[in-house]
Design a protein around this ligand. Structure first.
Ligand SMILES: Nc1ncnc2c1ncn2[C@@H]1O[C@H](COP(=O)(O)OP(=O)(O)O)[C@@H](O)[C@H]1O
Ligand SMILES: [Mg+2]
Length: 479
């Protein structure tokens, strides 16, 4: 087994760990001295104990397989359960058996909540006269990245996580192990609630805490010029008791401007854009009916390629319009989709099968006029002959009212809706950044007039089934 040490620059420094058989006290858990990566205490859900954690036979087999095929892993970790299965990885909860061999001094939530990751007070009763309590179990999340992921992509995820160490509300990477083609990333286990159940009960004040934590994480990520690319509820683990969450899953993340492509028209000044559009074939030969007759059968123009990695329903309009100069603002759109889900009480809010469907959903809200302008920003033409799509679209307030089936919004909901319109702005240059959003009146001057929503978590039982697996990230794809 190998242990990953230090910040990997260029090629990972993977080498045989002498500390594996004989763990030594180091400044940071599992890490070399130069490495100031984080170490963990972990959260043990209230009332939960290992014996109570029911494990499916198939999950047990899967965990046994990992233990059998990854030499040495069971000396370090005791696998407890499988907690996540996605497109790119399987995540297990595991007890960290060597916790005491390392110093675990980091603190992800700053000074305010030094025990954010710590176990809640033990409910175990002390045996009369016993001098010591049973050693506290410490938990980690083991993310087994599928061998089908390219080494470059795995390196990218670990590297970015390493760069983001110490950022508030970003899940720290403790270490990573490789054995042959298998890679396992070790993260502190963070106890969180299931968004699909939780969101229905959220009052506006809860939405505020949720968003503040998510925006804090994104503010740091964006300050590092990193795009997460896959902001959605399953990648933001939120704990309503702590009113804090952590951002996970940097599997699709990238550094801003890292892809070499010619810059999109949206990066040019308005006059350049206008003259380019006016000199285009489409402008010079406008369709007589106002709509093109169709599309050319033998189009000799090279197809446009742009990164569209992300999840259906959370992709920003510029991603759909194949913008080649995508920025951190794509994450801000996704935050907007989450807020829309919360205010509109619908998950998933957008339910498109593909990018064209997604564009239809968007145009039903924004109307054709604004969609055309948004498309032109990236040198694209937007046309539709769907009769139900109007020219003007609807206001966010109207939409939130329809979606949540209320006649009026409370003042605090109106305030949240004003934030929503700043996030779900079609033009990325006008969309709020994470820093702007944190300065929005919704956070700086909150209106506390809130009315409890009638929804109940149990009512969501059926949709949990329906929605399961519906938000898996798509493969990094170039169109
Ligand atoms: N540190 C963690 N603590 C608790 N659960 C986690 C942690 N990291 C991931 N998970 C769980 O595993 C799921 C998948 O993890 P993620 O990193 O998003 O992998 P994938 O790339 O497969 O989506 C998450 O949605 C979450 O439920
Ligand atoms: Mg994920």
């Amino acid at each position: 087994m190998s242990i990953l040490r230090g910040a990997p620059s260029g090629v990972f420094e993977l080498h045989r760990s002498s500390s594996f058989r004989e763990p030594q006290l180091s400044h940071h858990k599992y890490a070399s001295e130069e490495d100031d990566g984080a170490a963990t205490t972990s959260d043990h859900p209230q009332g939960e104990s290992d014996s109570e954690e029911e494990v499916d036979e198939s999950v047990r087999e899967d965990m046994n397989k990992l233990e059998d095929t990854f030499p040495g892993i069971s000396d370090r970790f005791r696998l407890v359960n499988r907690i996540g299965e996605g497109t790119f990885s399987t995540v297990y909860k595991a007890e960290d058996l060597l916790y005491d061999h390392y110093q675990n001094e980091w603190n992800v939530f700053g000074q305010a909540q030094p025990d954010a990751w710590a176990d809640p007070p033990s409910k175990r009763r002390r045996v009369e006269g016993a001098s010591t309590e049973r050693k506290k179990a410490r938990y980690v999340a083991l993310k087994k990245i599928y061998v089908t992921s390219s080494p470059l992509r795995i390196q990218n995820e670990l590297e970015l996580l390493h760069d983001l160490r110490g950022c508030r509300s970003v899940c720290p990477l403790i270490t990573a192990f490789r054995y042959q083609d298998q890679v396992v990333a070790v993260l502190p286990y963070f106890h969180h609630s299931d968004f699909r159940v939780q969101y229905r009960t959220f009052m506006v004040a809860d939405m505020r805490h949720y968003l503040q934590s998510l925006l804090t994480a994104l503010h740091s990520v964006h300050e590092h010029d990193i795009l997460h690319r896959d902001i959605k509820p399953t990648n933001f683990l939120y704990n309503p008791d702590l009113k804090e969450g952590v951002l996970v899953d940097f599997g699709l993340a990238e550094r801003q401007g890292s892809e070499y492509t010619s810059p999109c028209l949206c990066t040019h000044q308005t006059y350049v854009r206008r003259s380019r559009i006016l000199s285009s074939y489409y402008s010079k030969n406008p369709p007589s009916t106002g709509l093109s007759a169709g599309y050319p059968k033998n189009d000799s123009r090279p197809s446009r390629r742009a990164n569209r990695a992300g999840t259906r329903g959370f992709r920003a309009p510029e991603v759909l319009f194949k913008c080649t100069s995508q920025t951190t603002k794509i994450d801000m759109w996704s935050v907007g989709v989450i807020l829309l889900t919360l205010l509109g009480r619908r998950f998933p809010f957008f339910n498109s099968a593909d990018d064209i469907d997604a564009m239809i959903e968007m145009s039903s809200i924004f109307g054709t006029r604004r969609m055309k302008t948004a498309a032109a920003l990236h040198g694209q033409i937007f046309e539709t002959n769907i009769p139900t799509i109007g020219e003007k679209g609807y206001s966010w307030e109207k939409l939130v009212k329809w979606s949540s089936c209320v006649e009026d919004l409370t003042e605090s909901e109106q305030q949240a809706t004003r934030l929503l319109s700043g996030l779900m702005e079609l033009d990325p240059s006008k969309r709020l950044s994470a820093a702007d959003a944190l300065q929005h009146e919704f956070f700086t001057n909150p209106i506390h007039h809130d009315v409890e929503w009638g929804g109940h978590p149990e009512e969501s039982g059926d949709s949990v089934e329906e929605d399961a697996g519906d938000d898996e990230a798509d493969e990094v794809a170039m169109l």
